[in-house]
Design a protein around this ligand. Structure first.
Ligand code: ATP
Length: 609
């Protein structure tokens, strides 16, 4: 009874927080009052159902319309995509004579992942509904180059691209017309650099040129005296973005950083006043812009918790938390982040095949069903492009589903109605934490984020605190207590440690039996174990003192992959992993190899996405 009252109180509080967040998210003006063409404003309002612009849209749209270079730093899920797409469409639809395919590309949006590429393209298609003469398109790794070449030859007015494939076309596709290019946008700018695309971006900027157009360079359609315009956007900015900003932005306008942060980090020409008009709200920064890494914008209504669990009980805890989530609210979506592709593959097979209750009694046998009764999807970088596309697309539209993913889904992806993000494997830097949790609590919606931590990793909370993230403890024991113990296991009154909890013991046993009954499962588990340990050892910088491999009990790590003993870290499975990685890299081709060589930083594990 008490528990029901408490959970009702919590739900009420969450709803209150979400409604408060919504009221603080939107501006009290209309899209048309920002200077956008009436047909476009209508499209946003009537067709797409956006009643009012978000605050970041209200700030950014007039500035982008004015032609200035802009650096936008605003929390995840605040509508940055529309903030940069709407002004481009506004200008392009007004060109006279009308834009046509022969003019080639006017705007380029560069994004870090294929899924984000498709997502921005879908949004663009919706926005262009009434402007059919403006052609949207995309080019990205994994697609057939010949087909892309043909599309580029026909002409694409607004092109979304991943960096490697874009550079390839800039160098090798002679029919790619970009002499009229006016806008270059770097969405998730810091991630593009984190992933090691720095050199490609440098080359792209060089090939495209910036600033003024050369005399006679463009077709007559580009208005006279117009400057090229570059935009950088992300929810988290770091020192690397500073270099990109210096390279690509001319006297940029900063949007979204609060004043105190600016005082600390930037050279301000004219601070914003809360009462000023959109135009005056602009904060001018000079070229020594040094974006802060402090206090990343985390949606205020997001409930952030950590699950403290010893390594050997991690797997059981994950399954129990998921079961509890889906039993509490059947119709919901959850994303679980893992550190490696092998871990995604292992957990995917486990969750889509493991049945419960375990096979002891024949009577039970008849009623045995999947442990988790929800549709489960997986997403990572070594899946076939078609499988990636289908997992991403279907999870988006499902009402009740679970997605297991590497960090490939951490940036920019907008899955509607995701209620909970679980970080089963710790993210690296705090920026990664922010983007992963940002897949929920979008546009003022409710959301919950659970971070799994072993007791030896608990100092990671201090690291997050430095960036403004405060987490409270998730009541794991209470959740475990809810489950009925199968078979004749005694219910112990006082549980001393999680590992001695009867539910944990029986579920762990069942998982191990399942794993050992299936050679495929055991091999997946071994591979996942090896790459997990390698990923753990690859944490960088200060995080090395929190995630210390030597402190791990490898036998317990093995248990978290339902293995009864620790597999060898060298030998067959390591060899297999190395071969697999090499094969993946070969498939990715020359560009991928080059990127790895030049990045110098980037991924802490080649399997991370
Ligand atoms: N004015 C608006 N009113 C209501 N919904 C909006 C509005 N603008 C955008 N949205 C919706 O909000 C969601 C989040 O938008 P978007 O993906 O652009 O966020 P973002 O700021 O780029 O997030 P991230 O930093 O995670 O990439 C999308 O579903 C989008 O359609």
């Amino acid at each position: 009874m008490k528990r029901t009252q408490q959970s009702a109180r919590e739900t009420k509080q969450e709803a209150k927080d979400a409604s408060k967040a919504k009221s603080g998210l939107f501006a009290s003006c209309s899209f048309s009052s920002l200077g956008l063409d009436p047909k476009l404003s209508d499209q946003l309002q009537e067709r797409m159902g956006f009643e009012a612009p978000t605050l970041v849209q209200a700030q950014a749209i007039p500035v982008i319309l004015s032609g200035r270079d802009v650096l936008v730093n605003a929390a995840t899920g605040t509508g940055k995509t529309i903030a940069y797409l709407a002004p481009l469409i506004h200008h392009l639809q007004g060109y006279s004579p009308k834009v046509d395919r022969s003019h080639g590309t006017f705007a380029l949006v560069i994004v870090p992942t294929r899924e984000l590429c498709l997502q921005v393209y879908e949004t663009l298609e919706k926005l262009l509904h009434r402007f059919h003469w403006i052609v949207p398109g995309y080019v990205m790794g994994g697609e057939k180059k010949a087909k892309e070449k043909a599309r580029l030859r026909k002409g694409i007015s607004i092109l979304i691209a991943t960096p490697g494939r874009l550079l390839d076309h800039l160098k090798n596709t002679a029919s790619f017309v970009h002499k009229n290019l006016r806008w270059v946008i770097f969405d998730e700018a810091d991630s593009i650099l984190e992933l090691g695309y720095g050199k490609e971006i440098e080359q792209i900027i060089k090939l495209l040129g910036s600033g003024q157009y050369e005399e006679g360079e463009t077709d007559d359609i580009v208005p006279k005296g117009i400057q090229k315009q570059n935009l950088l956007l992300s929810a988290t900015l770091n020192e690397k973005v500073n270099d990109l900003a210096k390279l690509s932005l001319d006297d940029p306008v900063m949007i979204g950083l609060d004043n105190s942060k600016l005082q600390q980090n930037l050279s301000i020409e004219s601070p914003a006043s809360p009462d000023s008009d959109a135009d005056d709200m602009v904060i001018h920064v000079n070229k020594s812009v040094n974006p802060s890494s402090e206090d990343y914008g985390i949606p205020s209504q997001l409930v952030q918790k950590y699950v403290r669990v010893p390594c050997g009980a991690r797997l059981v805890a994950l399954l129990s938390v998921l079961k509890n989530l889906f039993e509490r609210e059947a119709s919901q979506k959850v994303v679980v982040f893992f550190s490696t592709r092998d871990a995604v593959d292992f957990h995917y097979s486990l969750l889509t095949e493991f049945q419960w209750p375990p096979n002891s009694e024949t009577e039970e046998e008849a009623t045995k069903q999947l442990f988790l009764k929800c549709k489960t999807f997986r997403l990572h970088g070594s899946m076939e492009q078609e499988d990636r596309r289908s997992a991403f697309g279907t999870f988006k539209t499902e009402k009740q589903a679970l997605l297991l993913s590497t960090d490939v889904a951490a940036r920019g992806l907008d899955f509607p109605k995701v209620r909970c993000i679980i970080q089963y494997d710790c993210p690296g830097e705090a920026t990664e934490y922010v983007h992963r949790v940002g897949r929920t609590a979008r546009i003022g919606e409710k959301g919950e984020a659970l971070l799994f931590l072993q007791p030896i990793e608990i100092d990671y909370l201090k690291e997050l605190k430095k960036h403004g993230a405060s987490l409270t403890e998730y009541p794991l024991l209470k959740v475990l207590d809810k489950f009925p113990i199968p078979g004749n296991m005694p219910r112990i009154k006082k549980v001393i440690s999680l590992e001695s909890h009867p539910w944990v013991i029986s579920l762990q046993r069942a998982l191990e039996s399942f794993n050992y009954a299936e050679p495929k499962m055991k091999s997946l588990a071994k591979n996942a174990f090896v790459s997990w340990v390698r990923g753990y050892a690859a944490h960088k910088g200060e995080l090395k003192s929190i995630f210390v491999v030597k402190k791990l009990h490898l036998g317990h790590v093995a248990k978290s992959f339902a293995l009864r003993e620790q597999p060898s870290l060298v030998g067959k499975s390591h060899h297999k992993e190395t071969m697999k990685r090499k094969r993946d890299e070969r498939q990715k081709g020359q560009q991928g190899k080059k990127r790895k060589k030049m990045s110098g930083s980037g991924n802490r594990s080649t399997q991370k996405t």
